[in-house]
Design a protein around this ligand. Structure first.
Ligand SMILES: NC(=O)c1ccc[n+]([C@@H]2O[C@H](COP(=O)([O-])OP(=O)(O)OC[C@H]3O[C@@H](n4cnc5c(N)ncnc54)[C@H](O)[C@@H]3O)[C@@H](O)[C@H]2O)c1
Length: 384
């Protein structure tokens, strides 16, 4: 799959990117600057957008989606389309023998998510954002828990409130359709983080509401346009982890702001205040039972100065029989938790999840030069 590239055995994994909207710029910032990957193809429903992105990338051609999926110059398809297209693109890539790494959520329904994993033949990987949880923020919190700094973890809270993405995104329609809403859009960051911190989730209960049937776009060329809301926009729940720990979760597009810590984890001996899981760097603070206050921990673990794309680089570098950290099974479990929580809220009952996932391997403290560095023909990072 990987191509020998220079005499010092540097190899570049060949990427084809599908979906060149807002978030693609963040991926290009990371990936266009590393020798580990070479972007050989880009595609979007908007062909002019694909041509304009390809013009800025020395090795990339603008292709149609079908051409990109079939290209023998692509090892992994990076799927940055909107959620409703995630399954179609992932299945198309797998059918052509390509690896896949995609934006969250894995799919808009658990059934679709299962179909993606079912189509994954031996040797092919499916990975999914979020990869923010591999940064020093969540990884330091995890190391603190695993090192026993808060004793036995018993509970956590996760709080994300915002007035809605229509305030900053020029085309926010998809955030208010199936696969969107605060739960499916922002939930992956918080629920993935909770699984890294406290392990898989066995059951959920919840309640949710939808105060507005329409929302008004606040920015860009469509500012002032009203768009319909098809999903609940304030979702609360209780997640019961296999360990017995209980996480309470609030995901809202109907609130202005909060001073709550994005995540807190409470243990028998102390509490951790954990930074925003939609960022890479924390901070993580610890207060033990007899301490007078919280103190910020130095980074203990994680990819330093992380950026979108590290989950993909982690996947590419994971040896054949090992499990990549931002893997499809984890993303499927997160999807199960989200779908079950929304169903529990709608139906007014407790629901057991039907999937599970291992806590991914912890990330040792890894300097940026190392995770961004070139890889050799065995997938090992070359230290410059
Ligand atoms: N915008 C952000 O800040 C952000 C942050 C993190 C994650 N994400 C996730 O990234 C994904 C994309 O978000 P975005 O904000 O970039 O959306 P966007 O609407 O700005 O861009 C999506 C792009 O995908 C293209 N597209 C849609 N369906 C396609 C298909 N079937 N084939 C080819 N191209 C297709 C669209 O033409 C568009 O250019 C979503 O899953 C979102 O949850 C976005």
């Amino acid at each position: 799959m990987v191509q020998p590239h220079t005499s010092r055995e540097v190899t570049s994994h060949r990427l084809g990117i599908v979906g060149l909207g807002v978030i693609s710029a963040a991926y290009l910032d990371t990936l266009a600057g590393t020798e580990s990957v070479v972007i050989t193809a880009v595609a979007d429903l908007d062909a002019a957008r694909a041509r304009s992105v390809a013009a800025g990338l020395p090795a990339a051609r603008a292709l149609t989606v079908a051409e990109l999926l079939a290209s023998d110059e692509v090892d992994t398809v990076l799927n940055l389309t909107t959620p409703a297209a995630h399954t179609e693109i992932a299945l198309g890539a797998l059918a052509q023998g390509k690896q896949v790494y995609g934006e969250k959520p894995l799919a808009v329904t658990l059934a679709e998510g299962r179909s993606i994993l079912a189509a994954t033949h031996a040797g092919l990987r499916v990975g999914s954002a979020p990869d923010t949880v591999l940064g020093t923020g969540i990884q330091t919190a995890r190391a603190a828990i695993d090192d026993g700094l808060i004793g036995r973890p018993v509970a956590a809270s996760a709080v994300m409130v915002s007035p809605g993405h229509e305030f900053w995104h020029p085309n926010p329609d998809f955030y208010y359709r199936e696969g969107g809403g605060p739960l499916f859009d922002m939930g992956p960051y918080y629920i993935t983080a909770l699984i890294h911190l406290l392990g898989p989730i066995r059951s959920v209960t919840g309640a949710s509401s939808r105060p507005h049937e329409n929302r008004v776009i606040r920015t860009g060329p469509r500012a002032g346009e009203s768009i319909p809301v098809f999903v609940d926009t304030h979702v609360t729940g209780v997640l019961e982890h296999d360990s017995g720990a209980l996480s309470t979760i609030t995901m809202s597009f109907d609130s202005t702001a909060t001073v709550a810590s994005p995540i807190e984890v409470h243990g028998t001996d102390g509490t951790l205040a954990v930074g925003d899981p939609n960022t890479f760097d924390g901070p993580t603070s610890l207060r033990r039972v007899n301490d007078g206050g919280f103190h910020t921990l130095d980074p203990l673990a994680g990819y330093v100065d992380g950026a979108r794309g590290i989950g993909l680089l982690d996947q590419i570098r994971t040896p054949p029989r090992a499990v990549a950290r931002a893997n499809g099974e984890l993303a499927l479990h997160v999807l199960d938790v989200m779908e079950s929580l929304q169903r529990a809220a709608t139906e007014g009952r407790r629901i057991d999840t039907t999937t599970t996932a291992e806590r991914p391997a912890p990330v040792p403290l890894t300097p940026r030069a190392e995770w961004l560095g070139a890889i050799d023909s065995h997938g090992r990072t070359i230290r410059h």
